[in-house]
Design a protein around this ligand. Structure first.
Ligand code: KG4
Ligand code: ZN
Length: 373
């Protein structure tokens, strides 16, 4: 009887000790993301374990304009952000008091949209008396591949980690950039688009083809001069335009075309879409090859290939980067589908690294339309 009580008391003490230990090492961050047309909130534990990831997309509001209308986006963020935050907290099963910090994407993006998230994050941090961290959205895309389920085991967490130094690629609606990732904080840009971002090119191609994207032509893409690591997608888009509509008469907005996408059969449109995709993906892998050669020629060791951004959801691109990583014996860090497009889990996850390193922002945190990297 007494032995039973002693065993029970000991196991309670042990359990308390274990929970105190895990509590001591646990960092819980609420992230907010409103840089473009997704209103998102997420709670992430220890930088990797996603307890909740709520995204309210505004696609239906911008569809008829075939592009994001900034004023509509800001207004929708105002209406949706607090319900999204409440849903993220409920799904995570944590209280505001348990949070260690509030993180927010404060650059780059549409200024009116960013301001909604940043103002809300400041209000929460102030009201809850919690630290505030502003996070670069593009840098956060490079953290997305390291996010796991809440209950992931240690082997899964280890396999998702980036081995530095690494080659990084962000392919989104606003960015197509290559990075030499020396560490989590030292990540110089080594190539970027000189015109349209790859996601923007996909979106415009879909408009030209009168398709829900992706769309595209059977044409090659400019690789710029022979050593350049920069990208150019506007030539590909224009080539598609001419292939679909024929040669224009007149210039600019007065141009008239021989035909429209509606004059093509659905097979012709599907062929052009597939060819556009092939050319766009080929442009990306050509630059990855070039970057690897240049870095290894300089004696740099590269251990991982880290991909992020909305276009990393593209099936052809996912296959191509997997083949590239295999050929170069690199660990491939590719986000799960849910973390490719804009989300707040990547904001909260990256914030944990900065938080652990001691970085803090205050209520003067600026909102910046351009990227810092
Ligand atoms: O990262 P993201 O959500 O927003 C920005 O930071 O820009 O990327 C959005 C872009 C859009 O251009 C969208 O068309 C593109 O990602 N995207 C895709 C796919 N899913 C999203 N592009 C090609 N294939 C996809 N499956
Ligand atoms: Zn993004």
């Amino acid at each position: 009887m007494l032995g039973g009580f002693f065993f029970c008391a000991m196991s309670c003490v042990c359990r308390l000790a274990v929970s105190a230990l895990s509590f001591a090492t646990m960092t819980l961050i609420l992230g907010l993301e409103t840089s473009c047309d997704e209103t998102a909130a997420a709670v992430v534990r220890d930088g990797h374990r996603v307890l909740s990831n709520v995204v309210a997309t505004q696609h239906e509001l911008h569809e008829e304009y075939r592009g994001v209308v900034p004023e509509i986006a800001s207004r929708a963020h105002i209406e949706r952000l607090m319900p999204v935050v409440e849903a993220a907290m409920k799904e995570a099963g944590v209280t505001f008091a348990q949070l260690d910090a509030i993180a927010v994407g404060n650059r780059p993006g549409l200024i009116g949209s960013l301001l909604v998230g940043v103002s809300a994050a400041k209000a929460l941090a102030w009201a809850l008396d919690k630290p505030l961290l502003g996070i670069d959205h593009v840098r956060a895309h490079l953290h997305a591949a390291m996010l796991t389920d809440a209950l992931a085991d240690n082997a899964t967490l280890d396999a998702a980690r980036v081995l530095y130094p690494a080659l990084g690629l962000v392919v989104s609606g606003g960015h197509t950039s290559l990075y030499h990732l020396r560490s989590t904080t030292d990540m110089p840009v080594i190539g970027r688009t000189i015109d349209d971002a790859i996601g923007e090119a996909y979106d415009k191609a879909a408009v030209i083809l009168d398709l829900p994207y992706p769309g595209g032509p059977n044409l090659d893409v400019s690789l710029l001069d022979k050593d350049s690591l920069d990208f150019s997608f506007s030539g590909l888009k224009t080539a598609l335009l001419y292939r679909v509509r024929g040669q224009p008469t007149g210039r600019g907005k007065d141009a008239t075309f021989e035909r429209s996408a509606n004059d093509l059969t659905s097979d012709q449109r599907a062929d052009l879409a597939a060819a556009f995709q092939l050319a766009a993906v080929k442009a990306v892998t050509a630059k990855l090859n070039r970057a690897m050669s240049q870095l290894t020629e300089r004696g740099e060791q590269i251990h991982s290939l880290v991909i992020g951004g909305g276009v990393s959801a593209n099936s052809a691109l996912r296959v191509a980067v997997r083949d590239f990583a295999d050929a170069h014996k690199l660990r491939l860090c590719l986000p799960a589908m849910a973390y490719c497009v804009d989300n707040a889990a990547m904001i909260a996850g990256l914030a944990c690294e900065d938080f652990t390193a001691g970085r803090r922002d205050d209520l003067h945190l600026p909102t910046i339309a351009t990227t810092s990297m």
